[in-house]
Design a protein around this ligand. Structure first.
Ligand code: SAM
Length: 292
């Protein structure tokens, strides 16, 4: 996978009136490219399926989402996305990253015969090797258990846990009430063949007037919580939802795709815009006034 082309590093200050709310100010830190490069160097050492462009986009969100609150990760596995998030968050004083995972996924760990195996030690080793242990608040637990007593504001909700429909829906429902205005929710694997992330994103996020700017970066689906003026983005969200919803019938059974079904799925995925995005472009999307 190719890296995001480094853009000229610059301070990018934008002020816009967002609905009835106060001024939003998004500042792209002057050293962001360097910080993302360093974070990626640590992230790439950790096993996992998060691609480079996806990891860099996640780092951009950690650095630039214009809201105050926690970064919450559901599904850490061996810590690949955790290392990216914690590297960036620690650099800009946004930590600790809340990392939630029971660390017992039988499919990922390939240990059906030995349910005692856990990814937790590998996770601890990864964050230690990356020098971010002090910037991670780990919960060895299911997301629903943490959600039941959660009471802190969230500025970035990163969902990469149980990819079934019920699992992804519970992840969103459990933590969404704490997502702050202008915060961002992002789902991994929304453009890979899993039933949950794409359906929950299309139905509950793109279908909601409480969300504004939204898009896909490789298989990450993201949207900004804009309860005051999200309705003004309805047409853009609907257009994206129309394309993305064509994927749902192919993945809802959870069965692996083969032959013609696989080719049709890939064709429909190709029609969903999902290329890498540079920081300036992303800021222009989330800091733009609502379309008229
Ligand atoms: C795709 S992996 C996460 C990958 C990780 N984000 C990375 O960058 O490598 C999914 C993880 O979700 C965890 N998981 C499954 N169900 C969960 C739940 N209900 N709550 C939290 N984590 C869960 C699994 O244990 C597994 O480690």
């Amino acid at each position: 996978m190719t890296a995001v082309a480094p853009k000229s590093v610059r301070t990018f200050l934008m002020h816009r009136r967002l609905g009835r709310g106060p001024l939003a100010t998004i500042k792209i830190p002057a050293d962001l490219d360097n910080v993302l490069n360093k974070a990626w160097e640590e992230t790439r050492k950790v096993p996992g399926h998060l691609g480079e462009n996806e990891a860099r986009f996640l780092g951009l969100l950690a650095a630039c989402v214009p809201a105050k609150g926690a970064i919450v990760e559901i599904g850490s596995f061996k810590g690949r996305s955790t290392v990216m998030l914690a590297n960036v968050a620690s650099r800009y004083g946004f930590g600790p990253v809340v990392a939630i995972d029971p660390h017992n996924s039988p499919i990922l760990l390939n240990h059906q015969a030995n349910p005692g195996v856990s990814s937790y030690q590998d996770f601890l080793d990864s964050i230690f090797a990356a020098g971010v242990s002090n910037h991670v608040e780990s919960h060895v637990a299911y997301s629903t258990d943490v959600a039941s007593s959660w009471n802190r504001p969230i500025r970035l909700l990163w969902i990469d846990g149980d990819h079934s429909y019920g699992g992804a829906k519970k992840d969103l429902d459990g933590f969404f009430p704490h997502l702050v205005r202008l915060g961002v929710v992002a789902f991994h694997d929304a453009l890979n063949a899993f039933p949950g992330p794409i359906r929950v994103f299309v139905e509950d996020v793109l279908g909601s007037d409480r969300f504004g700017p939204a898009g896909f970066v490789h298989s990450i689906a993201w949207a900004q919580f804009r309860p005051e003026d999200g309705h003004a983005f309805r047409e853009k969200r609907s257009s994206l939802a129309r394309r993305a919803s064509r994927l749902i019938p192919f993945v809802e059974s959870g069965n692996e795709l083969h032959g013609m079904a696989k080719r049709r799925y890939k064709f429909n995925r190709f029609r969903v815009p999902h290329s890498a995005i540079d920081p300036g472009h992303w800021v222009s999307l989330v800091d733009s006034p609502p379309p008229r």
